[in-house]
Structure formats: structure tokens, C-alpha cells
Design a protein around this ligand. Structure first.
Ligand code: BES
Ligand code: MN
Ligand code: ZN
Length: 494
């Protein structure tokens, strides 16, 4: 999709469809006012009739556009005037694109950010991300897919004063985030018989091939054994599908600069193992590799944006299956760190593959480690499908991640990591257990991981509630790619 920028008088822009904001006080402003003036009050009349949209995200298409150079007007309700935010912009534009997706226009011009208090570069970035994510489809496995959308171009109608370089940079970031999110969504949506650990490794190899500064290394089961990754191996041992440990590194700064390490949980299917899950919704456990998908998506965006910093993506990938060779509840394993773990519940497998990945991360002497995982159902209970749970042992890192979440509209909420959340992990037989109380389960999971970070600045993003949507719109969301990319860009050159 293309995103040209248009400045100058709005009503004179030649376009197949002008996307115009309408607020619920009925006052016409900015580009909408300019169109109304050119059309001799036609929009004001529509507002007076009561038929103009005003509730956020409602749309009305108008074809009688006399006096203006637009073939159609798409009036979009933007809610209350005054607190127009980036979030509102994306909701309104998303609704407009949703409607245009199946329409006849091949091109449209959005004036939703023309008169807004947002910086033009942010309008550009969020418009690009929203347009591309609203047009995302996953139909590669349908034998008869819907015809592709005709909409191929979205022009951004901005004021004359908008700084062209900044706007171009905003478009570039928006495109990189959208490409990364699309990749994360594709990987998440692919079925577990296609998206296997080897498939994730191939996806990493494809990224490495595209960029000079990117390198990939893929470890197999024999390598894991040599490294003593007993925790990761205990999860994969019931599966016939071979595991992989994927290491994708980007070198954008001197090798002396400590890298950011991203660790993504890559359980390509989580049956629960011997502690097997109930049948309803078990198909959704194909999404249990969305942490891995978000790391690959973020790395793709990093390749596109080439920031001046070093980043390493580490992905432990395997299946969690029951079988005659599977780990039993009660088994005790030795992690790469040397600590022993009593497996109380084989369904608490994410923490087991991540703890070895975190130990492995130490060899890169990272400035920080951020793990991303669909780790606990308890996090879904706590935060629903709105916020990612952020657990962090470092104030500066936590602050930077929360700010990135705000800017990128990819929300995160800080959750506690007090050591008492580890009390229930006590074991009479090993150093500690892999699962404890259900109460506060998201923090118990974080506490388990914290036992492997060994002095590093560390953050854990529990994305169990936000990585995919269930029901009618079932599918991966691509979260938290926008948050991760925004965070990495905030370190650019620092
Ligand atoms: N992948 C699941 C977490 C999950 C469950 C994410 C439902 C999204 C929706 C994870 O491996 C898991 O099974 N966690 C257990 C941990 C428990 C056994 C300590 C859970 O949350 O029940
Ligand atoms: Mn599980
Ligand atoms: Zn899992």
C-alpha cells in the first residue's frame, strides 16, 4: 500500500474519497469546514438533518460532492471534540478503512489528522499502521479466498506547515511496524501443523537473508543437550516434532555496545502435556508461540529501520505434547543455570523453556533482557484483553517500556514482582517447583523467571490476553510488536 502526502487546500485535493472527521457537537472544523464551504453548506445541512455520524467510528458515505475535487466524502464520527487522541484517530480511521475495504475506491485521502493536536509525524505513523492492519487478511489456506481489496493508496491530507521529513519518517516507522505485525500475525495464525519450531527457524532465516546486518544461528536438540538445557528439553521430550533454539542478531552499532535481548516463548502447540488441558478452545493453543512471533516481527521492523543499536532475538521453540516419553508431574530436571526444578504441572511449560533461554542470553552480556510470552491464564483474568502485563526489576527499563506502550498505543500495565509471590514454588525435593498457587498466578510465573535473571535488568511481558482474539474475529493481533519497536527506537543512538 502506498501513502502519499498531500498538503494545500483540502477541498481542492483530487481524490476518489475524502475521509473527513465530524465531532458530536456538530461544529465543522479544519478540513471538514473547508469542504463544507466549497460545497456551499452541504455538510452543515447533513449535520442539521441529524444523519451525519458523530459517535466514534460511525461512517456515512456521500456521493454528491459538488464544489469539491473529491468523488466521495466519507464522513467519520470522531466523538467529542477537544480530547482527540492518537487512539481516537486509529479507531476512526480503522472504521473508515473497514468500510472502504470492500468498496469501489482504489484510493482515498484521510483528513482525520489535518486539524488535530497530534504531531503530523504521529498522524502519519498511526495512519499507516491502522490502514495496513485494517486491510490484513489471513487467507493463505482457504481454497477460495475473497477478492483482494481494491484500495491500494491512502493519501495523508496534512496542513501546509507539516515538516515533510518528519512525516516521511513517521510513514517509514508505520510501515516497519505494520510489516512486523503482519509477520507476527501470519506466524500466529498458521496452524500448528505448519507453524512448527522448524517453520519459525525458517522465518528467522528469511529475515536474516534480507539484511546485511542480520545473522541467524539455529540450535537443534543435540546442541541443547550439550548446553545442558534440561528445562527446555523436558518440555519438548514428549513431542515427535524437533525443537529449535533460534538466535537472530542485528548489529547496528559497535560490537562493544551491549545488546538488547528479546526472548520469545515459542510453544508451537501447548496441549498441557501430561497435565493435559480440557478440549474446549484447545485449538487456540496454536497461538502459544506469539511471543516468538512478536520477536521475529520486531526484528523484521528493526531490519527495515536500521537503528544504531544491537539487538539479539532468542526463541526457544518446541511443542508441549503428552506421550510415553513425556515429562511426568513429579519429575525433577536440571536447568542450564544448574538449578533443579520439580515439575508439578507440565502445563507450566513456558517458564521452563524461557528460563534456559534467559540463561543462554547471558553470554551476550546484554544491557537488558525482555521476555515476551503467553505465559499465564491468570494474566488474562487480571488484565483482560486490553493491557499486556509488565513485570520488571528495573525502574528505568519499566519506565521506558511503559512510555513506549503509550506512544505506540500498544498498552502495558505494570504488575508486581515481590519475592513473596515465590513462596508457593517451594519444593521438598528440588531447588523449587515450576508451579504454585493459582492466586496471583501471573506474578508467580514472573517470580519463577526472576530466579534466572541473575542481576540483569529484566522485563517480562505476559501477552496471554492480548496476543490473539477469540470468537468471530479469531486471529493473532501482532501485539506487542508496536511496543517493542517503539522501545527499540527510543534507544537508537543512545
Ligand atoms: N500457554 C498457557 C497460558 C495461557 C492459557 C495463555 C490460556 C492464554 C490462554 C501456559 O502454558 C499455561 O498453561 N499456563 C498455566 C500455568 C499454570 C499451570 C501454573 C495456566 O495459566 O493455567
Ligand atoms: Mn501450558
Ligand atoms: Zn503455554
Amino acid at each position: 500500500m502506498e501513502f502519499p502526502v498531500k498538503t494545500g487546500a483540502p477541498a481542492r485535493q483530487r481524490t476518489e474519497c475524502a475521509i473527513l472527521p465530524v465531532f458530536d457537537d456538530g461544529q465543522l472544523r479544519g478540513a471538514t469546514k473547508d469542504f463544507d464551504r466549497a460545497a456551499r453548506g452541504a455538510i452543515a445541512k447533513l449535520v442539521r438533518s441529524g444523519d451525519a455520524p458523530s459517535r466514534l467510528g460511525t461512517c456515512t458515505m456521500v456521493h454528491r460532492t459538488q464544489g469539491t475535487a473529491a468523488a466521495r466524502w466519507l464522513l467519520v464520527g470522531c466523538g467529542k471534540h477537544g480530547d482527540f487522541s492518537a487512539k481516537r484517530l486509529t479507531t476512526a480511521l480503522g472504521a473508515a478503512i473497514h468500510l472502504l475495504r470492500t468498496g469501489g475506491a482504489k484510493e482515498a485521502t484521510s483528513f482525520l489528522g489535518y486539524d488535530s493536536p497530534l504531531a503530523p509525524a504521529d498522524v502519519a505513523r498511526h495512519s499507516v499502521e491502522t490502514a495496513r492492519s485494517s486491510l490484513y487478511r489471513f487467507d493463505e489456506l482457504k481454497s477460495r479466498s475473497d477478492p483482494p481489496s481494491r484500495l491500494a493508496r491512502l493519501a495523508l491530507g496534512l496542513k501546509d506547515g507539516a515538516n515533510a521529513n518528519e512525516v516521511r519518517a513517521g510513514i517509514k516507522v508505520g510501515n516497519a511496524v505494520a510489516s512486523g505485525s503482519d509477520l507476527a500475525r501470519d506466524l500466529g495464525n498458521r496452524p500448528p501443523n505448519v507453524c512448527t519450531p522448524s517453520h519459525l527457524a525458517d522465518a528467522a532465516r528469511n529475515i536474516a537473508k534480507r539484511y546485511k546486518r542480520m545473522e541467524v544461528k539455529v540450535l537443534d536438540e543435540a546442541d541443547m543437550r550439550k548446553l545442558g538445557m534440561g528445562a527446555l528439553l523436558s518440555v519438548t521430550q514428549g513431542a515427535d516434532e524437533p525443537p529449535r533454539l533460534i538466535v537472530l542478531s542485528y548489529r547496528g552499532a559497535s560490537p562493544k555496545e551491549a545488546p538488547v535481548v528479546l526472548c520469545g516463548k515459542g510453544v508451537t502447540f501447548d496441549t498441557g502435556g501430561i497435565s493435559i488441558k480440557p478440549a474446549p478452545k484447545m485449538d487456540e493453543m496454536k497461538f502459544d508461540m506469539c511471543g516468538a512471533g512478536s520477536v521475529l516481527g520486531a526484528m523484521l521492523a528493526v531490519g527495515d529501520l536500521q537503528p544504531t543499536l544491537n539487538v539479539v532475538g532468542i526463541i526457544p521453540a518446541c511443542e508441549n505434547m503428552p506421550s510415553g516419553r513425556a515429562t511426568r508431574p513429579g519429575d525433577i530436571i536440571k536447568s542450564m543455570s544448574g538449578q533443579t526444578v520439580e515439575i508439578i504441572n507440565t502445563d507450566a511449560e513456558g517458564r521452563l523453556i524461557l528460563c534456559d533461554a534467559i540463561t543462554y542470553a547471558k553470554r551476550f552480556k546484554p544491557r537488558c533482557v525482555i521476555d515476551i510470552a503467553t505465559l499465564t491464564g491468570a494474566c488474562v483474568v487480571a488484565l483482560g484483553h486490553v493491557y499486556t502485563g509488565l513485570f520488571c526489576n528495573d525502574e528505568q527499563l519499566a519506565k521506558a517500556l511503559l512510555e513506549a506502550a503509550d506512544r505506540s498505543l500498544d498498552l502495558a500495565w505494570r504488575m508486581p514482582v515481590h519475592e513473596e509471590y515465590g513462596d508457593s514454588l517451594r519444593s521438598n525435593f528440588a531447588d523449587f517447583a515450576n508451579s504454585g498457587t493459582r492466586d496471583g498466578g501471573a506474578s508467580v510465573g514472573a517470580n519463577f523467571l526472576s530466579r534466572f535473571v541473575d542481576g540483569l535488568a529484566w522485563a517480562h511481558l505476559d501477552i496471554a490476553g492480548v496476543a490473539w482474539r477469540a470468537n468471530a474475529n479469531k486471529g493473532a493481533t501482532g501485539r506487542p510488536v508496536p511496543l517493542l519497536v517503539d522501545y527499540l527506537l527510543s534507544l537508537d543512538g543512545q
